[in-house]
Design a protein around this ligand. Structure first.
Ligand SMILES: [Zn+2]
Length: 467
């Protein structure tokens, strides 16, 4: 099967040129100014941008959300991600109680994603049930295709919490096999104190979510995580950086020779904390995520540091938690609101609109941050994140002339809201190919549920070798 994309403007992380792309079966086999050959399918991309499919390195599909045994929206809702221009996710594989890291990964591939995923996916191991057997499991990451492990410094008193001693052991093990350690950096003990104080004082509305998670608690987590990782010599990746204080710590650590990188997320770049002050609980609860939303000055600084290279990727931290049922758990007490919001289907167009169209980042920087770098960081480049001969034909054809607004009904995400509802959009994902198959046409999913495959990652990924 040969597919030819003609007459588009090809945009990569370092280039922009008019050209054609020839695909044979699942792979890109030729890119040139003009390709004339027989093809089974010809797509005319005149007036459109042709970019590598988005890679979202931070998603939580089908994960427990701490309300009974309810899960976040599952892989059957990844049609939303691919309609929004993301062709590969690196999803987290949380542990069930008393279940090891590797069994949790197998379970996710075989029971959760198979027959459902509409995007390709790699996985991060994730410690959500700290027990003594997990440390030795890291030795087997290379044969499983797992190049990263995520730990939570916060959530003290729950099985998610990784104490500093266990963190140190994980860093040592990860370094031995070339795995990158991802960290959710917040000082859990101080957060617990501040949250309990709010509850004691009857400060129970969603606003107190941000009040009880001040920037310095994030910065302290980053500082400690970086210092310990530096002592072991394991590359550290800071998930969802939100604020100036945390970036100061990353900058200082880098200056001290520590191998540290960080990402930020769409919502931290586009939304300030005032949305949590909405007196309508349902409206405010949609925006409860951790770390909390910050100020405009933080947003400005985040964009600057994406350009400077201090931050190296933009993720969605997608988490499909509905308002009608699950967020209600915290109606009378913000500490009970399950954390997280959907966004995998919005990241590509929101970052284009609020990054490229506002002049904050170049088109090349856009591709780097939403596709190429996350592929490198997670050991799946250049198979993913690149328009190169031999790469998977994961391709977005993008209409830069589109003008409209975000509407939940245009791209449903498996829950009952979109945090970007009504926001103006400039540019729209029109056609998406996943490994050579057309999965999205005119903004509608035309692929098959289950077409997404597990992509094993290579060890010693970008944080070891350079991004
Ligand atoms: Zn997350």
């Amino acid at each position: 099967m040969k597919t030819l994309i003609k007459n588009g403007t090809i945009i990569t992380d370092r280039n922009e040129f008019k050209g054609d792309i020839l695909i044979e079966d699942e792979l890109i086999v030729n890119i040139a100014r003009e390709i004339d050959c027989e093809a089974d399918k010809v797509i005319d991309a005149s007036g459109k941008y042709v970019m590598p499919g988005g890679v979202d390195q931070h998603t939580h599909y089908s994960a427990l959300c701490n309300v009974g045994d309810k899960d976040t929206a599952g892989y059957e809702t990844t049609d939303n991600a691919i309609i929004g221009g993301t062709t590969t996710i690196i999803d987290f594989a949380p542990q069930d109680p008393n279940t090891g890291l590797l069994d949790s990964i197998d379970y996710r591939i075989n029971e959760r994603a198979r027959g459902k995923a509409c995007v390709d996916f790699a996985l991060h191991a994730m410690v959500t049930y700290l027990m003594d057997s997990i440390f030795d499991e890291i030795d087997q990451f290379p044969e499983k295709g797992i190049s990263s492990i995520k730990i939570f410094m916060a959530y003290n008193g729950s099985p998610l919490h990784v104490d500093d001693g266990s963190y140190y052991r994980i860093l040592e093990k990860a370094k031995k096999v070339g795995a990158t350690v991802f960290v959710h950096a917040e000082n859990g003990e101080i957060l617990d104190f501040l949250r309990n104080e709010c509850v004691k004082n009857g400060q129970l509305t969603p606003k107190y979510h941000y009040v009880s998670r001040p920037p310095f608690t994030e910065a302290e987590g980053v500082r400690r995580a970086a210092y310990i990782a530096g002592k072991v010599g394991t590359p550290l990746y800071v998930a969802h950086v939100t604020c100036r204080e945390a970036m100061d710590q990353i900058r200082e650590a880098k200056g001290n020779g520590i191998n540290i990188n960080g990402e930020t997320c769409t919502h931290y770049l586009t939304t300030t904390k005032e949305v949590l002050e909405n007196p309508d609980f349902n409206e405010a609860a949609k925006y409860v995520c951790s770390p909390a939303l910050r100020d405009q000055e933080d947003i400005d600084a985040l964009w600057d540091e994406l350009n400077s290279g201090l931050l190296t990727a933009i993720s969605s931290d997608h988490c499909g938690i509905d308002v009608a049922e699950l967020k209600q758990a915290g109606r009378d007490n913000f500490t009970m609101i399950p954390n997280g919001s959907p966004g995998a289907g919005d990241r590509f167009q929101m970052i284009w609109t609020y990054g490229v169209e506002t002049g904050r980042i170049s088109k090349q920087k856009f591709v780097e941050l939403v596709s190429t770098n996350p592929a490198k960081i997670n050991g799946i480049f250049p198979r993913k994140g690149a328009l190169e001969i031999g790469s998977d034909a994961d391709i977005v054809i993008f209409d830069p002339a589109f003008r409209g607004v975000v509407k939940h009904e245009d791209n449903p995400n498996g829950v009952d809201y979109n945090v970007y509802e009504g926001r103006p959009l400039k540019g729209k994902v029109e056609t998406v190919l996943l490994r050579g198959s057309v999965a999205v046409e005119k903004g509608k999913f035309v692929g098959e549920y289950g077409m997404g495959q597990y992509i094993p990652a290579k060890m010693y990924a970008g944080c070891y070798t350079g991004i």
